[in-house]
Design a protein around this ligand. Structure first.
Ligand code: ZN
Length: 83
């Protein structure tokens, strides 16, 4: 297996050692995180979740922190053009 196939970049991951973004790869064979910028290595966490999957629960949680929804009436101020 080639290196490029068993290594996968983690989008949005920041290296804890050199602080560079998007240089962390997962070595899927060795099950380790590796920084291709500085060579930092770390055991892969048991549940790597850089991005929370979109579920009904997470959407509901996101909705709570948003500003309260206000009733918006989409009406044309002009009179309807109906006969
Ligand atoms: Zn690094």
């Amino acid at each position: 297996m080639q290196d490029s196939q068993r290594r996968r970049f983690i989008a949005g991951a920041v290296c804890p050692q050199c602080g560079v973004l998007d240089r962390i790869v997962v070595d899927q064979e060795a099950d380790r995180l590796q920084c291709v910028s500085c060579g930092f290595e770390q055991e892969r966490p048991s549940a790597p979740a850089p991005q929370e999957p979109r579920t009904r629960v997470s959407r509901a949680a996101a909705r709570r922190v948003e500003t309260p929804a206000e009733a918006v009436t989409l009406v044309d101020p002009r009179e309807p053009d109906e006969p």
